[in-house]
Design a protein around this ligand. Structure first.
Ligand code: SF4
Ligand code: SF4
Length: 225
C-alpha cells in the first residue's frame, strides 16, 4: 500500500531517534510512526517538552491568554492549551496547579483517536490535532490520564485541540515548535515555564515539575529551594 509506513530494522530505528514503542494491531496505524520487527509499531518521541515550577508560578494566567492569542487570535482563557488552576482553600505550594501537555512517550490521546486526527508530527514528534480530521467524539479528552485532560475541547471551532509547542500558531509571527519558541515560555513574567529537548522522567509527572528558581529569585525575598 502506497501510504503504509516503511518497514525498517530495530537497529535503523534506534539510530534515527529515541521513541516510544507501542504494540498495536495492523489496523491501528498512527501517522508519524513506523513499523519495527515483530509487528511492533513505534511512535517517535516528541523533540520537545514543557517544564513548570508551580512554586514559582503566581497564577496570573498570562501563559493561557497568550496561548489563545497565538493559536486563535483571541484573548480567551478557555481557548488556552495550557491552564493554571488556583485553589484558595489550599496553602502554598499546593494552591497552584499548572496543566501542561506532557507530550507523552505513550500518548493515550493519540491511540484513542478513531480518525487519526490526533497524531505525532512526522518531523518533530509533537502530538497535535488535525482539526479537519476531528469528528468531535472527545475520546482524546477521556483518554488523557491527567486529572484535567491536556487534550481539550475548542468550543468555538467544535474540535479537539492541544498544546503543539507552538508548531502551528497562525497569529504569532515567531517560529514555534521544538526548534523554535513557545509563546507561554516567552511571556511568563516570572519564568515559571521552561522548554527542554530532553525527555523528562515519565514515571508519573514528577519529571515535568522542576525547580526553576535562581539567585535573582532569592533577591526578591523568595525561597529558592
Ligand atoms: S475529538 Fe477529534 S481529536 Fe479527539 S479523539 Fe475525537 S476525532 Fe480525535
Ligand atoms: S494530551 Fe494528555 S495523553 Fe496526550 S500527550 Fe498530552 S498529556 Fe499525554
Amino acid at each position: 500500500m502506497a501510504n503504509e509506513p516503511k518497514k525498517s530494522s530495530r537497529r535503523d530505528f534506534i539510530k534515527i531517534s529515541s521513541a516510544s514503542v507501542i504494540g498495536l494491531s495492523l489496523g491501528a496505524l498512527i501517522p508519524g510512526g513506523k513499523w519495527l520487527e515483530n509487528e511492533v509499531y513505534a511512535i517517535p518521541a516528541s523533540q520537545g517538552y514543557l517544564l513548570v515550577d508551580t512554586k514559582k508560578c503566581q497564577g496570573c494566567s498570562t501563559c493561557t491568554i497568550v496561548c489563545s492569542l497565538a493559536h486563535e487570535g483571541k484573548q480567551n482563557l478557555s481557548l488556552g492549551r495550557i491552564q493554571v488552576q488556583q485553589n484558595p482553600f489550599k496553602a502554598f505550594p499546593d494552591d497552584i496547579k499548572i496543566d501542561q501537555c506532557r507530550q507523552c512517550a505513550y500518548p493515550a490521546c493519540v491511540t484513542a483517536c478513531p480518525t487519526k486526527a490526533l497524531h505525532a508530527d512526522k518531523k518533530t514528534g509533537v502530538r497535535l490535532v488535525s482539526p479537519d480530521k476531528c469528528i468531535g467524539c472527545q475520546r482524546c479528552m477521556e483518554a488523557c490520564p491527567y486529572e484535567t485532560s491536556n487534550a481539550a475541547w475548542n468550543h468555538e471551532d467544535k474540535n479537539g485541540h492541544k498544546c503543539d509547542l507552538c508548531l502551528e500558531t497562525p497569529f504569532w509571527k515567531e517560529q514555534g515548535g521544538p526548534n523554535g519558541k513557545q509563546a507561554c515560555v516567552q511571556v511568563c513574567p516570572v519564568n515559571a515555564i521552561a522548554f527542554t529537548k530532553e525527555i523528562p522522567v515519565q514515571a508519573g509527572d514528577g519529571g515535568y515539575k522542576v525547580n526553576l528558581r535562581d539567585e535573582s529569585w532569592k533577591q526578591l525575598g523568595y525561597p529558592i529551594s
